[in-house]
Design a protein around this ligand. Structure first.
Ligand code: PLP
Length: 390
């Protein structure tokens, strides 16, 4: 029997911890084609991590460093963290495996889906409106016996996780296609991420620059309403941030903004629109911040500077970090709204006939209308005809 060369193929993993990292870098040719890009566009698809997001890497690195330093005692320590959800899930998953209770403080506008997943992992979930979650988490860390707050916003092991794992994985993947039949510059030319704790942007930028390409263009995608972008004049909206994980109302210690070559502001409509396009064109079930990141990098690649240097140049390699998956947002309005373009199915008659036929064969009656709607744009088979709202 033959096995694939997937890092997990033909191996037994000791626990879910071993299924963190080694995520795939996947070509997004259909999105690139829809935008007439000449460069290569790739997604680093992080929902393949065991806990479902890029935050598994940071949580593991922070937690294992604290264990080495003797700060944590299995069976006794209680992990407290302020999180948009993903870091909390990663810690709760590790808590299950290693014997730590977890209390996650999450802003109240974050999705119910994440709340439920946290509870499934045995975490206690505390919801509070911004900016209270950080204050609440700190207070709980002071008052709950044996509490430890790893603090993703300031812990240096968060960006280090990306410098030591995410960046080298991207480099290895891009170098592996040198000599293939697809044009390539041989290096990572552009990378794009969003800022939550700042770990991804800072760590990936450091890793790529130190190990691979000192001139890599690092694009920071930042939601309207967030204050991370520079210059500050870009942040002129006071709106709430709807895109979870793609911006903040404060600048965290772990975000080294000197790593970022250029910030691109992204509206909710652009971010969610691009998310839906990634689902429907690439079949990749990413979450909203992935769409914001892709929308941001597309805007850059289509700008005068971006087009001349990268977007319009064959072989340039552009990597978008895709932090999490659709699982975290299944009940969110933006996703449900994306089904509102449902049209009558071209197979409506056949579906109705098949359902009636099944009833005639003794099946209990089923209501056909839901089966006779499709949400797919009928032009999707030809990506070039798709209108991408970016
Ligand atoms: C969905 C999502 N996207 C992006 C990010 C940003 O990652 P980082 O915290 O490394 O800045 C986060 C962080 O929580 C997130 O949950």
């Amino acid at each position: 029997m033959t096995t694939s060369n997937h890092p997990f193929a033909g191996r037994v993993l000791d626990s879910a911890l071993d299924a963190i990292g080694n995520t795939p870098l996947i070509r997004m040719d259909r999105i690139a084609k829809a935008h007439n890009l000449q460069c290569n566009l790739y997604g680093k698809v992080e929902y393949f991590n065991a806990g479902g997001s890029i935050k598994d890497r940071a949580a593991r690195c922070m937690l294992e460093a604290a264990e080495r330093e003797g700060i944590l005692t299995p069976g006794k320590s209680v992990l407290i963290e302020c999180s948009a959800g993903n870091a909390g899930m990663a810690l709760a998953m590790m808590g299950c495996l290693k014997g730590y209770r977890t209390v996650i403080v999450m802003p109240d506008h974050m999705s119910t889906d994440k709340d439920l997943i946290l509870r499934a992992l045995g975490a206690e979930v505390v919801r509070a409106p911004d900016p209270a979650p950080k204050i609440v988490a700190r207070k709980l860390a002071e008052t709950i016996p044996s509490a430890v707050m790893l603090d993703q916003f300031a812990n240096p092991n968060n960006p280090l996780a990306h410098e030591l794992t995410t960046a080298p994985e991207i480099i290895a993947a891009i170098e592996s296609i040198i000599g293939s039949d697809r044009p390539t510059s041989g290096k990572v030319d552009v990378v794009c991420a969003s800022g939550g704790s700042g770990g991804t942007l800072t760590g990936v930028a450091r890793g790529l620059r130190k190990l691979h390409n000192p001139d890599v263009k690092v694009i920071g995608s930042d939601s309207m309403g967030s204050v991370l972008a520079q210059p500050d004049t870009l942040n002129d909206s006071n709106d709430p941030i709807c895109l979870e994980g793609a911006g903040l109302k404060f600048v965290p210690e772990n975000l080294d903004r000197s790593c970022v070559s250029k910030w691109i502001k992204v509206t909710d409509a652009e971010g969610f629109g691009a998310t839906v396009q990634i689902h429907r064109l690439e079949g990749l079930l990413v979450g909203g911040s992935s769409g914001a990141i892709v929308a941001g990098v597309l805007k850059y690649l289509k700008s005068d500077e971006g087009w001349k240097e990268f977007g319009g140049v064959e072989g340039k390699n552009v990597v978008a970090l895709l932090p999490d998956g659709i699982r975290n947002y299944l009940t969110q309005e933006w996703l449900l709204n994306s089904f509102s373009d449902a049209v009558d199915s071209p197979y409506a008659n056949e579906i109705e006939h098949a359902l009636k036929f099944a009833q005639g064969q003794g099946s209990r009656s089923v209501s056909p209308p839901i089966a006779s709607l499709v949400t797919q744009d009928k032009n999707l088979t030809d990506p070039a005809t798709v209108t991408v709202p970016v």
